[in-house]
Design a binder for this molecule. Structure first.
Ligand code: ADP
Length: 397
């Protein structure tokens, strides 16, 4: 029986979801973490609540893919490799080349590698994952699903920076955004839940996880998004600063005696956001707990997080000249009722009103605003793997 696997290869991790076709039911899912480091952790969930977990050194993504496939056979999840008829890979940066998901051939793979400048941590890892699967399963349908594709509908006034036009024309310096697969999925689901055609709706989607981004979706198309040339821009995130004045860079480099700009960018990517502000953690749960216990820095971190999301929502209401629904998704958006409540309470003037009882849930698809609120607030658990699966099915035909 045929199976399809969705792969999300990060710089040091590889996540997978294995689907049984044609039912599209999840047979197994899991993650290999700390690839290339000592004591990699390999976890597979399967059957009814069964879990396989082992800690061993896994040196690179190619070995990770081999181990994964072998383990799927050993655990009896697949009988042999030939049962897998298609693989879909999440790719972070597709630049201007990839406006939609595509079948992977040598040319596509080369382009993905060449786009490494736009996502230096992610695209090389994505490409390694693709190569590893191609080596092991050369004949199967192989599809790349790009995080940026959904945002390629943005108009020029939203994707261009106010810098000399030649930098866009000569070097493709522009906004690309990210999390597109998630924004696309939750906006489509929200329209279904609201019982209205997507084409008629103005939706603001808030993907609030470790990485966070806000998107204005007008008639089903992304018209603006908070991440920029790279996923560093936009709202405050777990460890990323989001938007800052570029002039801070030379100033801080001087004060901190940093001579390599990469080191400074690394601080903005890895040591800023909730972590840098609170000094406690990058994890929202820890920051919420610390704030409850009276930690003032943690409270400031939370206030800034809410504030940045609210500001983007305000911007996007202006961009679209209106909004019908605001959607919350990803780890924080799906699980933190208090985050949704505080963000929405602070922008009630626009006609949003949270129903506290309905909002008091985690990870279920539902409308959480009051019945007569002008702007609907919707909670939609994201499912990027499902989008990858659908694209493999569509392109594999
Ligand atoms: P990633 O970008 O790594 O995929 P996720 O979407 O998994 O991130 O989101 C991780 C974030 O979700 C973390 O900040 C985590 O604290 C937060 N989160 C998960 N569960 C809860 C919860 N119950 N309350 C508040 N935040 C939560």
């Amino acid at each position: 029986m045929s199976k399809i696997i969705a792969i999300n290869a990060g710089s040091s991790s590889l996540k997978f979801t294995l689907y049984q076709m044609p039912e599209e039911s999840i047979l197994s899912s899991g993650i290999i973490e700390r690839i290339g480091l000592k004591d990699s952790i390999f976890t597979i969930k399967y059957g009814e609540d069964k879990k396989y977990s082992v800690t061993e050194d896994i040196d690179n993504h190619e070995i990770a893919v081999e181990k994964l496939m072998t383990q799927l056979v050993d655990l009896g999840i697949i009988a042999d490799f030939n049962e897998i008829s298609g693989v879909g890979h999440r790719v972070v940066a597709g630049g201007e080349d990839f406006k939609e998901s595509t079948l992977i051939n040598d040319d596509v793979l080369e382009k993905i590698e060449a786009l490494g400048d736009l996502a230096p941590l992610h695209n090389p890892a994505n490409a390694t994952g693709i190569r590893a699967f191609k080596k092991l399963l050369p004949e199967i349908t192989s599809v790349a699903v790009f995080d940026t594709a959904f945002h390629t509908t943005m108009p020029k006034e939203n994707y261009l920076y106010s810098i000399p036009m030649e930098y866009y024309e000569d070097f493709a310096a522009r906004k690309y955004g990210a999390h597109g697969t998630s924004h696309q999925y939750v906006s489509e689901r929200a329209a279904e839940l609201l019982g209205k055609p997507l084409e008629d709706l103005k939706i603001i989607t808030c993907h609030l996880g470790n990485g966070a981004s806000i998107t204005a979706v007008d008639g089903g198309k992304s018209v603006d998004t908070s991440m920029g040339f790279t996923p560093l821009a936009g709202v405050t995130m777990g460890t990323r600063s989001g938007d800052i004045d570029a002039s801070l860079l030379p100033y801080l480099m001087d004060k901190l005696e940093i001579t390599d700009i990469k080191e400074m960018i690394n601080i903005l990517n890895k040591k800023s956001g909730l972590l840098g502000l609170s000094g406690v953690s990058s994890d929202m749960r820890d920051v919420e707990t610390a704030a409850e216990e009276g930690n003032e820095r943690a409270q400031v971190a939370l206030d800034i997080f809410y504030n940045r999301v609210q500001k983007y929502i305000g911007q996007y209401i202006a961009t679209m000249n209106g909004v019908d629904a605001i959607v919350f998704t990803a780890g924080i958006g799906e699980n933190s009722a208090i985050t949704r409540k505080i963000i929405i309470d602070g922008i009630s003037w626009f006609g949003c009103d949270i129903d506290e009882e309905k909002n008091n849930v985690r990870g279920v698809e539902r409308i959480v605003s009051t019945d007569d609120a002008k702007v609907k607030v919707v909670l939609i658990p994201t499912d990027e793997e499902k989008v990858i699966l659908n694209d493999v099915i569509r392109l594999g035909k």
